[in-house]
Write a protein that binds this ligand. Structure first.
Ligand code: BMP
Length: 262
């Protein structure tokens, strides 16, 4: 049996049971990109400008929609238009963590109506498997996918050992789950995608516990699938498009390195 980490993204896309993953892998192959940008900016104008600048180089745009001070429905319409024209998916990093009945309302309703526009969202499994079932009731009919936070990137994080294993068990058992946030490939039982935050080519961390590893470490050595990069790409004095291209190339060459080391 060929390990998933030794297959091409194109092959995995052709073989995948979930339509969203088929589309995501096909996009990754077409754009030669395993880069997701964490667009942590606080105004509508900045978010749209960033999405447009990095759009050609990314497979996923990760949002924290609740940090946008002037959020409105027009922002979503314009983000969706950019996602369609550049060809990327939107991942709302909501980190749901409540009982199934509550997350259903948080995911489908409220101000943000996340399920209407985010192809992907994520949750903690702290409340037990009901959180996955609640989110699936809303997201499955819309063709959405869920990531479980099997690990985190920050210093002293508590998602380790048996807790991480439980994430893997629940992911395998629930077809609405398409993968994990974490640092590595977790299982060969099903083709679950790992997306890894805490990636930087230079910085080693920040003052609040973030820890960075390189694309090569994450993709080539650990067998993760997608790097998530935020402040490495934008910020004072940075040309976001140029940095996204640099990270795109670093992520893709780490992937080619992994395939070459069969
Ligand atoms: P940056 O590259 O600027 O450190 O941003 C990392 C992004 O990934 C942030 O949006 C953060 O919320 C998210 N993230 C993380 O850093 N570590 C995790 O374990 C999970 C995350 O979602």
């Amino acid at each position: 049996m060929t390990l998933y980490s030794q297959k091409t993204y194109a092959e995995r896309g052709r073989e995948h049971a979930h339509p969203l993953c088929r589309e995501l892998f096909a996009t990754m192959e077409r754009k030669q990109s395993n880069l997701a940008v964490a667009a942590d900016v606080s105004t509508k104008a900045e978010l749209l400008a960033l999405a447009d600048a990095v759009g050609p180089y990314i497979c996923v745009l990760k949002t924290h929609i609740d940090i946008v001070a002037d959020f409105d429905a027009d922002l979503i319409a314009r983000l969706q238009a950019l996602a369609a024209s550049h060809g990327f998916m939107i991942f709302e990093d909501r980190k749901f963590a409540d009982i199934g009945n509550t997350v259903k309302q948080q995911y489908g309703g409220g101000v943000y109506r996340i399920a209407d526009w985010a192809h992907i969202t994520n949750c903690h499994i702290i409340p037990g498997e009901g959180i996955i079932h609640g989110l699936a009731e809303v997201g499955r009919p819309k063709g959405r996918g869920l990531l479980l936070l099997a690990e985190m990137s920050s210093a002293g994080m508590l998602a380790t050992g048996a807790y991480t294993d439980k994430n893997v068990e629940m992911a395998i058992a629930n077809d609405f789950v398409i993968g994990f946030i974490g640092s590595r490939r977790f299982t060969e039982e099903r083709d679950l995608i790992t997306m890894t935050p805490g990636v930087g080519l230079h910085a080693s961390g920040d003052a609040l516990g973030q820890q960075y590893r390189t694309p090569s470490h994450i993709i080539a050595e650990n067998g993760s699938d997608i790097i998530i990069v935020g402040r490495g790409i934008y910020g004072p004095g940075k040309d976001a498009a140029a940095e996204a291209l640099r990270y795109r190339d670093a992520g893709w060459s780490a992937y080619l390195q992994r395939l070459g080391s069969k």
